[in-house]
Design a protein around this ligand. Structure first.
Ligand SMILES: [Zn+2]
Ligand SMILES: [Zn+2]
Length: 349
């Protein structure tokens, strides 16, 4: 069946979340917005996982459903036209902060696990590296490769997906504390990176300019910190409602199973353009270059945004390839459009 899934959200246990981000209000908002599969968010938080265990049960397809007692209360708030199935998939976000190749790295990742038993096993391991109860999105002073090792050690059905990959301060390709390629960040574990989250300030069309993402499925989620923001970005699947079907559709990027994404206008994203927040300055990439990367008001460094960063990384790749084989590169790029379904991933607005 065709359905919408929003796999990256937060609970009231995450810093900067609205107080009304309760389980019940998330459930009701998801139904009103037509979301069938909702990531639980914040599964590393002991308070949230306790509540999820009280209110949900694991069905035969390895997704969670609401227990009748809670469902009856919530259903009375859902308009008749919005009634329908809803399933929960265990997800959480973590932030790795560490030094690599002489630079401080800050990387956010979304984690998917098939059940709460495995989540609790993971949490026991993560507790050694952070105060797990202090934030729904804990900070781990650990290389993201070591985190990946731990996650796959818990279950080979787990997934780690780099979150909002262009955000300047906290992401895989972020201009301030990220890397220039998946391989630079994940090394030998790159082969287990099947997907990346575009974030609000970019969309699949923009990301596809970067050849390093050719084999990667581009997913989109709301990263909501309040119920009203659920589904502002989401994924369109055409599979049965099971953990295995959803994760294998992401892994394969089969266009019959992963139909595309619902997108926010990237231009309205917080990090689309370059700028300097303290000086209320917003610049397009060519202007940043004109000013030599320094804020014309205070002379501090300009924060390079998503558009500029995508431009830089796509130019880098082109430069390298054009140097040695211009024609084979064009042929390769052309054939990619047919051999790699990700390259023709559709965008739904
Ligand atoms: Zn994040
Ligand atoms: Zn400034």
């Amino acid at each position: 069946m065709k359905f919408l899934a929003d796999l990256h959200i937060h609970s009231r246990f995450s810093l900067a979340s609205a107080k009304n981000t309760t389980f019940e209000s998330l459930y009701i908002a998801a139904r009103i917005k037509g979301i069938t599969v909702l990531g639980t968010g914040d599964f590393t938080h002991p308070g949230w996982i306790k509540e999820l265990k009280e209110k949900l049960f694991l069905d035969d397809n390895n997704l969670y459903q609401l227990k009748d007692k809670i469902a009856n209360i919530c259903e009375s708030f859902i308009p008749q036209a919005c009634k329908g199935l809803i399933r929960f998939l265990p997800t959480g976000e973590v932030c790795n902060i560490y030094k690599k190749n002489g630079k401080i790295r800050k990387i956010h990742s979304v984690l998917l696990l098939p059940d709460f038993k495995l989540v609790e096993k993971l949490n026991l391991k993560l507790e050694k590296f952070c105060k797990i109860e202090s934030d729904g999105r804990p900070i781990l002073k650990l290389d993201v490769i070591n985190l990946f090792e731990i996650v796959l050690g818990i279950s080979d059905r787990a997934m780690l997906i780099p979150a909002h990959i262009w955000t300047p301060w906290y992401s895989l390709f972020g201009s301030k504390s990220g890397f220039d390629s998946i391989e630079d960040c994940f090394g030998d574990f790159s082969k287990y990176i099947y997907a990346a989250e575009t974030g609000l300030s970019s969309d699949p069309d923009m990301c596809r300019k970067v050849s390093g993402l050719d084999k990667i499925t581009l997913i989109s989620n709301s990263d909501a910190h309040s119920p009203s923001k659920l589904g502002r970005e989401a994924n369109i699947f055409n599979t049965d409602l099971s953990y295995e079907s959803i994760t294998s559709a992401i892994k394969s990027c089969d266009p019959k199973k992963f139909l595309g994404t619902v997108e926010f206008y990237p231009e309205e994203g917080k990090y689309y353009a370059d700028g300097h927040r303290n000086c209320n300055l917003l610049l397009m990439p060519k202007d940043t270059e004109k000013y030599g990367g320094k804020c014309p008001v205070c002379n501090k460094n300009i924060t390079v945004g998503v558009l500029h960063r995508i431009d830089d990384l796509s130019k880098n790749a082109k430069k390298k390839k054009h140097l040695f084989f211009i024609k084979p590169y064009l042929f390769w790029k052309f054939s990619q459009r047919f051999s790699n379904p990700g390259a023709i991933q559709r965008k739904y607005v």
